[in-house]
Design a protein around this ligand. Structure first.
Ligand code: SF4
Length: 124
């Protein structure tokens, strides 16, 4: 079977790159209020938020899960907020019984980003 040129994957083992993220003292009150309200939900749903069609499908699936299919059990994570700042969004991921990452493709952006932000976030 021939792989599509946009879907090449090469095994590189475990390697890391270091990225400096500028810190901010700004806090979004809406985001923090949302995180407080969602804190008791057992499942955190994050998504790669990709701008391509695959990312858009993942984003819509995440929104459907959290807004209608499993509204009472799931908290929709703001990936940017959870990744770039250690506040309520990251706590939702850190404290959830289960975290589900919906990825647009095998680059797995949201899983890799959050594994960088939360050391003991493991893949099961
Ligand atoms: S997982 Fe794929 S589709 Fe999603 S943001 Fe990353 S590269 Fe884009």
């Amino acid at each position: 079977m021939t792989k599509n040129a946009c879907c090449k994957s090469e095994e590189i083992g475990t390697a890391y790159e270091t990225i400096k993220i500028e810190k901010t003292n700004n806090v979004c009150p809406m985001c923090e209020n949302y995180a407080k309200k969602q804190a008791s939900k057992p499942i955190a749903i994050m998504c790669c938020e990709g701008a391509c069609l695959r990312g858009e499908i993942a984003r819509r699936a995440a929104n459907m899960l959290c807004s209608s299919i499993a509204q009472n059990k799931t908290a929709r994570i703001c990936l940017g907020g959870a990744f770039t700042k250690d506040t309520g969004q990251r706590n939702l991921v850190r404290n959830a019984k289960k975290v589900i990452a919906l990825e647009g493709c095998f680059i797995k952006c949201s899983s890799r980003m959050m594994k960088g932000a939360i050391n003991d976030l493991s893949q099961r």
